[in-house]
Design a protein around this ligand. Sequence first.
Ligand SMILES: Cc1cc2nc3c(=O)[nH]c(=O)nc-3n(C[C@H](O)[C@H](O)[C@H](O)COP(=O)(O)OP(=O)(O)OC[C@H]3O[C@@H](n4cnc5c(N)ncnc54)[C@H](O)[C@@H]3O)c2cc1C
Length: 298
Amino acid sequence: MRDPLQLALQDLKARVFANVVLAPRTHVRIGGPAEWLVEPLTESAVQQLVRVCRELGRPLRVLGGGSNLLIDDAGVRGVVMELGALNRVVRDGDRLTAGAGTSLPTLLRGARESGLAGLEILTGIPAQVGGAVAMNAGTRDGETFDLLASLTVVEPTGELRVLGRPDFAPRYRDGGLAGRICVHATFDLQPDDPKRIYQRFRDSLERRNATQPVTERSVGCVFRNPGEDSAGRLIERAGCKLMRVGGIQVSGRHANYFVNDGTGTCAEFLKLVELVRDRVRREFGVELELEVVRWTAG
Ligand SMILES: Cc1cc2nc3c(=O)[nH]c(=O)nc-3n(C[C@H](O)[C@H](O)[C@H](O)COP(=O)(O)OP(=O)(O)OC[C@H]3O[C@@H](n4cnc5c(N)ncnc54)[C@H](O)[C@@H]3O)c2cc1C
């Protein structure tokens, strides 16, 4: 008998694929197959997909740029939704509205070229707009929610809703979406000379390139910074730099980055997480918390 989920997916305005290995869709190149990978072509297809999964009791996850995800080697059951087709950017005065699947670097370039400043605080973050919102991605210059005027989300019930600033509940590296799916976001920017915007962008890119292993496969920062302290500094001072498990190693450039030499697995990554946590706990009595989002099989 055909799976009712498979039948329902046929009716969606979406591209649907079965049994797709997720590793190539993540920055760290780790992760087994998704039972179903669905790429909705419209926001209403996102709503429909949310309703179908809810009615059938099947797990639904959203994959953004895959830059902050650690996915099990065994993969995940149910549906992984990819929003790359929702990538339209519209300007209205000093505001830009971008689909959740828009790549952040592309949005930054567009804003810069059209003389809109602000987004350069997010320079070098390899996210999609939806993922940057979900994680409240940021740098020492500011975070995503500093720039947001409104958000359009799909509720867990499938309803479309617009959230304004009073509805926002962002925290450090957490946009507080609480199970909602961001389908587009509106950013409030300021007019400025493209040359000046470009200079700020170049400066932060140079700073990043000098201190982070930006060209290697990673998930960005593995652990949250504990309070005012820096997780990277604690890991380095606990002597963990260059510690390795299989294909995964603590970066020599920035100790809160673990890099994959191309052969690493999720199991090895997690083993290294535990070794580093243990050392930091023993040295400083600090319990490091994961910043990277884990997708476990099931
Ligand atoms: C080299 C490198 C540098 C990095 N530098 C930084 C940095 O400076 N600052 C920083 O904050 N982070 C940084 N990161 C981490 C990462 O880029 C951010 O966390 C980013 O916000 C993740 O976005 P994404 O689109 O890749 O999301 P994913 O990694 O695909 O997903 C992350 C989470 O967001 C959820 N999500 C994705 N899209 C949506 C959506 N549309 N609606 C609801 N939920 C969604 C996913 O389900 C998942 O829970 C870096 C990562 C790398 C690899």
